[in-house]
Design a protein around this ligand. Structure first.
Ligand code: HPA
Length: 245
């Protein structure tokens, strides 16, 4: 049995949690996480679910207390973390409705509390972040998507932008030149903090819109149209993943 940390993003309220939920109002060294952590048993594993933007989706990406969120899950003894992310698609393969399991990221964010090693009392700690996403668990996630016949892109680079505004078309062109596949606002510093606590971390990113300048459709109508499907696909994928774990 594993204890699995699951972080819900936009659309988290649509995630079909099991019944018999125990909620924990965690407090950490770094303050309060975005929401109470809800726990339930699924496929023989214990799930600890945390809604990144808060229960009513009120915390914007740059204001999330990422340190408290990751610490709260660590304090509950999770073995690893699955992050759910709603993202825009930059690469042609990353169409709305598709799931992407990224294997790399580029951090374009600024001014966020991004490290646990922030004191001059500790020894300077340079965390190895060569591979931000756990390879073995990501592979299991991709295999689960294949088993469930879900549309999936295996691998790709997640561009993490500051938000909360969406990007300009020129910014997306630049991210494409940088080699990015998808764009979102929340993978960092989340992934790095997990790494600092030696917690394996993976992402199930669901594409909910074409990135700016990549389609004639209005971005917000696309997001509205694809968010629910993305959460449903992610839930189906995670259920199979847990079965295979
Ligand atoms: N850009 C940044 N973040 C996002 C997007 C996007 O197009 N879609 C969903 N989250």
């Amino acid at each position: 049995m594993s204890v699995v940390g699951l972080i819900g993003g936009s659309g988290a309220a649509l995630y079909p949690a099991a019944s018999k939920i125990q909620a924990h109002n965690a407090k950490t060294l770094w303050g309060q996480p975005s929401a109470p952590v809800k726990c339930w048993t699924q496929q023989g594993h214990e799930l600890c679910f945390l809604s990144r933007h808060g229960e009513n989706h009120v915390i914007p990406p740059h204001r999330i207390n990422y340190r408290a969120n990751i610490q709260a899950l660590a304090d509950m003894g999770v073995d690893f973390i699955i992050a759910m992310n709603a993202v825009g698609g930059i690469a042609k393969s990353a169409k709305p409705g598709v799931l992407v399991i990224p294997d790399q990221l580029i951090d374009y964010t600024w001014g966020r509390f991004h490290t646990y090693f922030d004191s001059h009392k500790d020894k300077v700690n340079f965390t190895d972040f060569t591979r931000p996403y756990d390879g073995k668990l990501s592979k299991l996630l991709v295999n689960a998507a294949h088993t469930e016949k879900l549309p999936v892109v295996a691998g790709g680079t997640y561009a993490v932008t500051q938000g909360p505004r969406l990007e300009t078309a020129a910014e997306i062109d630049r991210l494409e030149r940088d080699g990015c596949t998808i764009v979102g606002m929340t993978a960092m510093p989340e992934a790095a903090l997990a790494s600092e606590l030696s917690l394996p971390y993976i992402s199930c990113s669901s594409v909910v819109n074409y990135a700016a300048g990549r389609s004639d459709a209005a971005i917000h109508s696309e997001i509205e149209a694809f968010l629910k499907l993305g959460v449903q696909h992610s839930a189906q994928l995670i259920n199979r993943f847990l079965q295979d774990l």
